[in-house]
Design a protein around this ligand. Structure first.
Ligand code: BGC
Length: 751
């Protein structure tokens, strides 16, 4: 008889017990849901499907008259299943108590909030975190966000945003994981795990929400809330897999979106929400609409009026309606008139109740309302430490001619130029509703720890600095005051650190741009400084890829620092002075010009990839085809050499790929080894390159390491037009390298 080693046996037995325990717990919850559902009136069921925004001071007297009073009455009747934008243990406790003690069945509320990159202590914006390619760090960052958010009474975050986007004109790229489906899927899993932890019923874990289902990031021309029209291959192979990854990681909710997709508003799309998400992928959690997206079925020209919108939303599978109130007003009559089956309502309510049971809210509705914990956890020193690590990992070194970086600690005279250098607000980025203004360590503050010997000139005013989440940022493009002073300072300095970029609220929701240049007079300032002193390090702060083409051609060193959150200045200073060796890699392509957009590495070959000098090939007459900086790109203070790419395809179910990476420079450094494939011939054309694996490694100077990857059918297959996952035999090319452009190549045959 075959003997299993003892440790495998013990592991299998404990896994069996663990699974049996989970099953028992699920059965118990199912029974509790059945019991509760039986006791609920139709009005109470529909009430669970209603989510209100809380905009009054809940700890004050009960609201009288107006919208707030109506909401208050609905809460007391048990006609509200969840709130959003109510935070603080005191406020949450007050509303929870109202519902638990005064409504007939006392079903506790969910409290949702946009905890996108931290609550008080802010990590870098999600796009920046994606540049770390460090899944452990990203998971930890979400964990910290959950610890702080749960300490203020919240039990549900509307994150992660897993929308793939190839269009940096769209302001919400700052909120996602970039342009790539594989990287995005890994990030989705890490972030869901971080928010939800090992045990959702623990008081410091919260339910996550993958959004916006689906294809919101493909808004035409990058214009917010705009039309999306994409084919099935792009939908199945590019857009949906990040959501599937989140569902596989047991995400407790999914949010739909504002966009139409191929003519149908996604909020009213039963194919997406019922067939794909709930049936095919077996999502156990709930689907929440986006803010008023059910009401928006009317202006979309999809529903006649609010009653019709409620009917269509419920039928399509929007289990909970955020804010627009059409469910609570019309779903009961829709059911009574036979327009919506009560079984659909029951299914929605089950999903909502399940999340509440899993969070443990029925055992203790106030478990997130511990004011001592609230005090202890917000801005906890450990959190500040962790977001500093995350911020350093997110920085990407884009250019470093003649190794101008890192700066020596006794560097001569340093000039710092640019309004953003002295900004404690903008580097916090967008989507930071719970945080406090002006809590970032500014660039200047960070620099002070390394050098006292610098002078600062802000240059011309760039933004109305106090712009907030609800306002458009105003940009100064005419007033040149401050220019002369900055140029004079540059002239007398040895090195110029120019901190330029976007305002924190120039990206995020409803922040689409048609120009992706440095806003205002910043490029003029840079050019003027360059004329008197070209020894410049450009530190870019931004929420999206920018067309920094002149900058890349003329400035010797460029650090991409995004918006790095609370620890911005400290993180940048450590990198500038070489106490941290940058290892970030771009999660999105940087275009040379806006006209190239959408530009992304995993494009198709076309029938005319290059026929030069013949003019009839796929190209522009006035611009190159290549990007300014490709996907996956990022330098280090050391160099890495790739060699010996070998493929062993003898086991066709697990193809082995090896490559040797050597740190050939003089300092230790981290490298993200990237593996791409190309399926050379397929029944549905495949892209010229697709990321299918990566490993982040640390190598001491002079050391080499053999890196091994395994390719299985999961990496080699694709979805055909019937949404069937197929793996087709034939030749595959494997490419491994330091970014998506500079790669070694080898082929193998899949039989
Ligand atoms: C956004 C969502 C967000 C919701 C609640 C909407 O405008 O699209 O992503 O979760 O507001 O704040």
């Amino acid at each position: 008889m075959k003997r299993f080693p003892a440790h495998i046996l013990i592991f299998s037995i404990s896994l069996w017990f663990h699974n049996a325990e989970i099953m028992a717990q699920q059965n118990k919850i199912d029974k509790q849901i059945d019991d509760l559902l039986q006791r609920m009136t139709l009005e109470e069921k529909v009430g669970q499907m209603n989510q209100y925004n809380g905009f009054w001071d809940a700890t004050g007297p009960a609201p009288q008259g107006g919208n707030a009073a109506v909401k208050y009455e609905h809460l007391k009747k048990g006609w509200v299943g969840a709130m959003l934008n109510v935070t603080g243990t005191e406020e949450v406790r007050k509303l929870q108590k109202l519902v638990v003690e005064e409504s007939r069945l006392g079903i506790p509320l969910l409290f949702g909030y946009d905890v996108i990159h931290g609550y008080k202590t802010l990590a870098p914006i999600p796009l920046a975190e994606a540049a770390s390619w460090d899944m452990e760090a990203i998971e930890n960052s979400a964990r910290i966000a959950a610890i702080e958010a749960s300490s203020v009474g919240l039990n549900w975050t509307f994150a992660p945003m897993v929308d793939i986007s190839r269009d940096p004109r769209w302001g919400r790229v700052m909120e996602g994981g970039g342009e790539d489906t594989y990287l995005g899927g890994q990030i989705a899993k890490a972030r869901v795990k971080g928010f939800q932890g090992e045990d959702l019923s623990a008081p410091n874990t919260i339910a996550a929400c993958a959004k916006h289902f689906a294809a919101y990031g493909f808004a035409e021309a990058g214009k917010e809330y705009n039309t999306v029209d994409i084919g099935t291959s792009t939908l199945f192979n590019t857009v949906l897999p990040t959501f599937k990854a989140a569902v596989d990681a047991d995400v407790k909710s999914v949010m739909n979106g504002f966009n139409i997709l191929n003519g149908i508003p996604v909020t009213g799309d039963a194919f997406l929400q019922r067939e794909v998400l709930k049936e095919k992928w077996a999502l156990q959690g709930l689907v929440v609409s986006d803010w008023a997206s059910i009401a928006e079925l009317v202006p979309h020209g999809f529903a006649e009026d609010m009653k019709h919108a409620a009917e269509l939303g419920a039928k399509a599978g929007s289990d909970m309606e955020m804010e627009s109130g059409s469910y609570v007003a019309h779903l009961v009559s829709n059911v009574k008139e036979g327009k919506v089956k009560e079984s659909l309502i029951d299914d929605a309510v089950r999903r909502i109740l399940r999340v509440k049971f899993e969070l443990g809210l029925f055992d203790d509705p106030y478990k997130y309302c511990d004011s001592a914990r609230e005090k202890e956890k917000l801005y906890h020193p450990d959190h500040k430490e962790a977001v500093l690590e995350m911020a350093k990992k997110s920085i990407v070194l884009l250019k470093n001619e003649n190794n101008i970086l890192p700066l020596a600690k006794n560097q001569g005279k340093i000039a710092v130029i640019g309004e953003l250098a002295d900004d404690t607000n903008s580097p916090l980025g967008s989507w930071r509703l719970g945080s406090d203004n002006n809590t970032a360590v500014s660039f200047l503050e960070g620099l002070k720890a390394y050098s006292q010997d610098f002078k600062y000139a802000p240059g011309p005013k760039v933004f109305n600095k106090d712009a907030n989440f609800l306002q458009e940022v105003e940009v100064n493009a005419t007033d040149t005051s401050g220019m002369e002073e900055a140029v004079a300072l540059a002239k007398e300095s040895d090195v110029v650190l120019m901190v330029l970029g976007e305002h924190g609220f120039q990206s995020g929701e409803a922040r689409s741009r048609t120009n992706l240049n440095l806003p205002g007079l910043q490029l003029d300032l840079l050019k003027a400084v360059h004329e008197v002193n070209p020894n410049i390090v450009l530190i870019v702060m931004n929420g999206r890829p920018l067309t920094i083409t002149w900058e890349a051609e003329n400035v010797p060193a460029i650090l991409e620092t995004w918006q790095l959150g609370t620890q911005t200045g400290n993180a940048i200073a450590e990198v500038l002075f070489g106490d941290y060796n940058p290892s970030g890699k771009l999660p999105m392509t940087f275009p040379r010009s806006v006209g190239q957009i959408p530009i992304y590495y995993n494009h198709f070959n076309t029938g005319r990839p290059n026929l030069e000098p013949n003019v009839f090939w796929s190209h522009y007459s006035d611009e190159q085809n290549t990007p300014l900086f490709p996907f996956g790109y990022g330098l280090s203070y050391t160099q890495f050499e790739y060699s010996d790419l070998e493929i062993d395809s003898s086991d066709q179910s697990a193809i082995k790929v090896n490559v040797t990476v050597k740190n050939s420079g003089s300092v230790a450094g981290e490298e993200v080894v990237q593996l791409y494939i190309r399926d050379k011939v397929a029944s549905v054309t495949r892209p010229v390159k697709e990321l299918k694996g990566f490993k982040k490694i640390l190598l001491e100077a002079g050391d080499s390491q053999k890196i091994a990857f395994t390719l299985t059918d999961a990496e080699l297959g694709f979805f055909d037009h019937n949404y069937e996952f197929v793996v087709e035999p034939g030749m595959f090319e494997v490419m491994i390298g330091t970014n998506s452009q500079d790669v070694l190549r080898q082929s193998f045959e899949k039989r």
